[in-house]
Ligand binder design. Structure first.
Ligand code: NAP
Length: 659
């Protein structure tokens, strides 16, 4: 169903008829995720009796790790299943399969059943996430606003951000092109093919709101599954037709008089110049590999590769392999290759915190998949449930208490969180005190990315052919790695899982704005953008996924990207409707935004003194991460605040010249 006249993608989440008998339905419900199911059924049927206060997920945590079934006890689960069974039966046996019309009060009852916050704050965000039509679609067409205005947008990057941006522009009838350096779409999902690569945010949340799926095979799918999805979206939206592949952007330079950006790119070895009124950078934050600055690295005689540029031609079978790093990439690679290699040495500089997730590697059960595919709206409500549990629900665990002085934590809740995570390490490695001491991080939980774990890390580290090396690396020699204690670790292959140049937004691209100012020089190693997207002196230049837009407590990057795009579309509409040549934020707006961001980041675990990660840049400031709840990002991106921008009318320079 469409609520606006704008073209929409045919739904990916079409539902199949409910064709099972009562006994089978009862069996299927044994595997249901109940809170989201009750909410979905209440919304489908309009019966708010399906979300009674007695079955509200408690959310009062005995534990920081999300509780199965939202913490409902056995009796509550039994009652929830009974209610769901009766509701599905009634729906199955009725001739009327329409989604019920419901009042605002009833919607409030349903949403309030799932969350602990004020419904009115979350209403629109929820609508965006679970409505059965494309709520995020622009509500305008360029031809209706100004049919005579020539307007072209150029997007750098054909990953998740570029594709979603292009689709929104297509819906609004705005001419656009994507320049993509690779021969295929997907961005980070195209480039990261290392063994074990998969999501650590639930797919149901990490997917486009306008292309939701009911049949993700896993809750945290593998890289090929996500890459296929992105390619399918590019095909079905028609966005692929607007992509110029194998194209490396070299420079982006603003022509003030024309109000156009000149973009110089190299396509298949040939230099091509493009022009556009608006440039959107969707290059991502985590795609320029960062090799460690270790003495002698180039002298290594064996094979070496970075996690983000895995060389599948190098056989690891029976080889002596080293992995440098223990971040999210290394954490996935080591368990995936441990059984194949001869020996595996994992070089750890600082240990990662692991977030217990029992079902991290599990397939979605056939029963739950059946329910997702047959109960209209269930997968969408499950998406919202995942969103809630993974983000807003988790922020208190990474927040500082003023005056807190216990080492290794930043506040009482964070300390309790630490104790729980530490307890899990101690439980899993009770018989290996040597390993326990090595794997427990010294910094606060949440200060670096938490890695989802079902026990695979300790299972891998205790394998007889695997060792965790915690002595610092001194140098690399042709035979292998020499640690600071003088020991030579002879290896055949080195895998650098050492992360990305995350603080270098638009790395390797020269960007010159007004008065010839260069973006990286303007930033001076400290990237800052108003509302994470716009920069003074760089008119009509938007960074989708820019400084301070990454989510650290495991929200969905796609949510941030979609919100950003909706903001950019509103900026484009503002330019056209008001006959403006360009817009750029004021310095004052940027300064005040950044001060607020900095103060908030200082109060989060990742802002703690002494902790370094890709969240911080070389000046020590957190320039990667969004410090607030996702609701705040949503609210901020509903459209530009006019007083924070400087606008130039289309004819400003022309009339000045005439005077
Ligand atoms: P990362 O988190 O930056 O980790 C880099 C690792 O290399 C760290 O353990 C770091 O140690 C170590 N390291 C860096 N330089 C070193 C040196 N000179 N000597 C020894 N060790 C060194 O990089 P990543 O693992 O590639 O992950 C980056 C981000 O990508 C993640 O945080 C996440 O957002 C994303 N990602 C997501 C997934 C997923 O599951 N969906 C998977 C992979 C990556 P220190 O900690 O001591 O600096």
């Amino acid at each position: 169903m469409s609520a606006n006249p704008i073209e929409q993608l045919e739904a990916f989440d079409t539902y199949l008829p409910i064709d099972v008998d009562d006994a089978e339905l009862e069996r299927l419900l044994e595997k249901a995720e109940l809170p989201a199911l009750l909410a979905a059924l209440a919304r489908l049927t309009g019966d708010v009796g399906l979300v009674p206060a007695s079955l509200k997920p408690p959310h009062t945590r005995k534990s920081f790790i999300p509780m199965p079934q939202g913490g409902l006890d056995e009796d509550q689960q039994r009652e929830a299943r009974r209610l769901a069974f009766e509701a599905i039966k009634r729906y199955r046996d009725s001739d009327d399969k329409r989604i019920a019309e419901i009042s605002e009060d009833d919607l409030k009852t349903i949403v309030s059943f799932m969350i602990t916050r004020d419904f009115s704050e979350y209403r629109d965000l929820l609508h965006h996430e679970v409505a059965d039509y494309d709520v995020g679609a622009p509500q305008w067409k360029l031809a209706d606003l100004d049919p005579d205005r020539p307007f072209k947008v150029l997007i750098i990057g054909g990953g998740i951000g570029g594709i979603a941006n292009a689709y929104r522009l297509k819906q609004a009838g705005v001419e656009h092109v994507i320049l993509e350096k690779n021969p295929e779409v997907g961005g980070t999902w195209w480039e990261n093919t290392y063994p074990g690569c998969r999501l650590d945010t639930s797919n149901y949340a990490y997917s486009f709101s306008f292309a939701q799926k009911t049949d993700w095979p896993q809750k945290f799918s593998r890289q090929p599954e996500i890459q296929d999805y992105v390619m399918k979206v590019a095909d079905e939206t028609g966005v692929r037709d607007r992509i110029i592949f194998n194209t490396v952007v070299k420079s982006v330079i603003y022509d003030e008089e024309a109000g156009e950006w000149e973009v110089v790119a190299i396509t298949n070895g040939e230099t091509v110049v493009h022009r556009a009124n608006v440039v959107i950078s969707a290059t991502g934050q985590l795609n320029a590999p960062k090799y460690p600055n270790i003495k002698g690295r180039e002298s290594f005689a064996g094979a070496s590769m970075h996690s983000g540029k895995w060389n599948h031609d190098v056989s690891l079978k029976g080889k002596r392999v080293a992995i440098v790093g223990t971040g999210a990439s290394a954490y996935q690679i080591a368990p995936a290759i441990a059984d194949e290699v001869g020996t595996l040495e994992v070089f750890q500089r600082s240990a990662p915190w692991l977030f217990p997730t029992a079902d991290y590697l599990d397939d979605i059960s056939p029963e739950l998949m059946w329910l997702f595919r047959h109960i209209p709206g269930y997968a969408r409500w499950y998406r919202f449930w995942q969103f809630w549990l993974a983000t807003e629900g988790r922020m208190p665990t990474v927040t500082a208490d003023e005056g807190w002085s216990t080492e290794g934590s930043i506040g009482a809740i964070n300390e309790a969180f630490r104790q729980e995570l530490e307890g899990e390490f101690r439980r899993q490695l009770a018989d290996r005190p040597d390993l326990v001491e090595k794997v427990i991080p010294t910094y606060p939980a949440g200060a670096k990315r938490l890695l989802r774990d079902n026990g695979q890390w300790s299972r891998t580290l205790r394998k007889p052919n695997v060792s965790l090396v915690t002595d610092g690396i001194d140098r690399i020699v042709p035979e292998g790695i020499v640690t600071e204690d003088g020991v030579l670790h002879e290896v055949d292959v080195i895998a650098y899982a050492t992360g990305f140049r995350a603080d270098e937004f638009l790395a390797d691209i020269e960007v010159r704005g007004r008065d010839g100012v260069e973006l990286h020089e303007y930033w001076d190693s400290d990237p800052r953008a108003y509302v994470t997207m716009t920069v003074p002196k760089f008119p009509n230049f938007f960074i989708c996924g820019g400084p301070n837009s990454a989510v650290a407590a495991n929200g969905s990057a796609i949510f941030i990207i979609e919100c950003s795009i909706e903001y950019i579309m509103e900026c484009i509409r503002t330019l056209v409707v008001n006959d403006l040549k360009d817009m750029e934020p004021t310095e004052a707006a940027l300064d005040s935004f950044v001060s607020r961001i900095d103060a908030a980041n200082r109060a989060r675990a990742w802002g703690a003194e002494g902790v370094m990660s890709w969240y911080k840049n070389s000046t020590g400031r957190v320039s990667a991460v969004w410090p607030f709840e996702l609701l705040e990002f949503w609210n901020m991106t509903r459209g530009p605040v006019e007083s924070d921008y400087r606008f130039t009318p289309v004819d400003a320079l022309t009339s000045q010249a005439a005077e």
